[in-house]
Design a binder for this molecule. Structure first.
Ligand code: SR1
Ligand code: MG
Length: 396
């Protein structure tokens, strides 16, 4: 929705962001405002505006008309800002405690004004530094189950479900995922990015027809299965976490897609930490993986029993069959995430931050191998214990 007099896009600066905060009446009239740009993501500006008098602050996030990670040569729709604001609001109907509050949004300026969460830290950074986040997997399991159940055909009238699917049509951002997650890493494509020491393994991957057949199936599923309103980019960099609080941010890739994509991206990103850790610190990650799946499964099952409007939902075996399909998808999508973040465009600090180089290469080889195993074995493994068992085998 447009809320400002100005009807055309211009990229904000720290000064104009302060003017905007005043125009939007985000602070009391006599506030003494300061602003810094704190964005370190791939795509957007993030301005933190603070009142020096009261200490209160808000975030103005602005989509740039290009991908910051690459530069102006990669144009990118600013409509993603409206998708993001609407997804935060929609998901916030079901899990208000797990997403930031949205104070305002403007489609022309491509801004979303949200609560400042800087008392929390980005979960990826915290996990790399050894933070435990005791509630993280419980919270994300609940976030996944509730957002994905309540936006699906199991909970919505078919007209409302299809209205939402149309509202959240997000072709440009989906194309990024189709290319960067599902296509480019499986071919010799310019966008790929890997160390020469990985070349042999990467060439083997490109020649692995069995793997490519399975990757093609996963891509097809991503492109065609409009099951629920996904976050669409649920890696650990899209989550703010603290000792007792979790908030999911950045749903600019939101669209109607397969449920297992969100679950798999989160678990896939935890797997990077499984790869780089040892001993009890590694066990802790495995506990997070198990808890995520268990809480997702039990919460989704309870919602199925209590709120499912689909007549087939009471037929014996339908729920179990559906959740088994979600589990299979979860493993496959997690496998794709492991491979793309290791050899494709847009890496993760969990691996790239490892020194010395020999160690980093070893972990990256494990990530490629584990990703391959997940994609290939996703139909044989039927429980989260099968996945944890495979992870534990690796070091025994
Ligand atoms: C050009 S965007 C690269 C990646 O950043 C986002 O967070 C998504 O994961 C995307 O694939
Ligand atoms: Mg993001």
């Amino acid at each position: 929705m447009a809320i400002l007099a100005k009807q055309s896009y211009e990229s904000l600066t720290e000064d104009t962001a302060i003017h905007l905060a005043k125009e939007l009446n985000l602070f009391p009239e006599h506030a003494s405002l300061s602003c810094i740009e704190i964005g370190d993501g791939n795509l957007n500006y993030v301005f933190k505006i603070s009142d020096r008098i009261t200490g209160s602050s808000v975030i103005i996030k602005q989509a740039l008309p290009y991908a910051k990670v690459v530069g102006e040569s990669w144009p990118l729709t600013i409509k993603r800002s409206t998708i993001e604001a609407n997804a935060l609001k929609k998901h916030g109907e079901y899990v208000p405690h797990l997403v930031p509050k949205v104070f305002a949004a403007d489609e022309h300026l491509a801004i979303t004004v949200i609560e400042d969460l800087s008392h929390l830290e980005i979960a990826r950074i915290g996990l790399i530094n050894g933070a435990e986040y005791p509630n993280l997997s419980q919270d994300i399991g609940e976030y996944l189950a509730k957002t994905l159940f309540f936006t699906s055909d199991f909970a919505l009238h078919p007209f409302e479900k299809k209205r939402l699917a149309a509202q959240f049509s997000n072709p440009e951002l989906c194309k990024i995922t189709e290319d960067l997650v599902f296509t480019d890493p499986f071919f010799n494509h310019d966008s790929n990015d890997y160390e020469p020491e990985l070349a042999e393994l990467v060439y083997e991957l490109w020649k692995n027809t069995e793997l490519k057949v399975e990757a093609a199936k996963l891509k097809r599923s991503f492109v065609t299965e409009a099951e629920s309103l996904l976050h669409g980019d649920l890696h650990t960099g899209s989550i703010f976490a603290g000792p007792a609080e979790t908030k999911v941010i950045d749903p600019e890739f939101a669209f109607y897609g397969p449920i297992g994509f969100d679950v798999g991206q989160f678990i896939g990103n935890l797997l990077f930490q499984s790869i780089v850790r040892t001993g009890v610190k590694r066990d802790m990650i495995h506990t997070h993986i198990r808890t995520t799946w268990d809480v997702f499964y039990s919460t989704f099952s309870e919602l199925w029993e209590s709120h499912n409007i689909e007549p087939f939902s009471k037929t014996e075996g339908v729920k179990e069959d559906f959740l088994q399909k979600v589990f299979r998808d979860t493993l496959g999508f997690a496998g794709c995430e492991l491979i793309r973040r290791t050899i494709g465009l847009s890496h993760v600090k969990d691996l790239d931050g490892i020194e010395p180089k020999d160690q980093r290469i070893l972990f990256k080889k494990r990530a490629i191998e584990l990703g391959t195993t997940l994609i290939l074995n996703r139909s044989q493994w039927t429980s989260i214990t099968d996945l944890i068992g495979r992870l534990e085998e690796e070091i025994s």
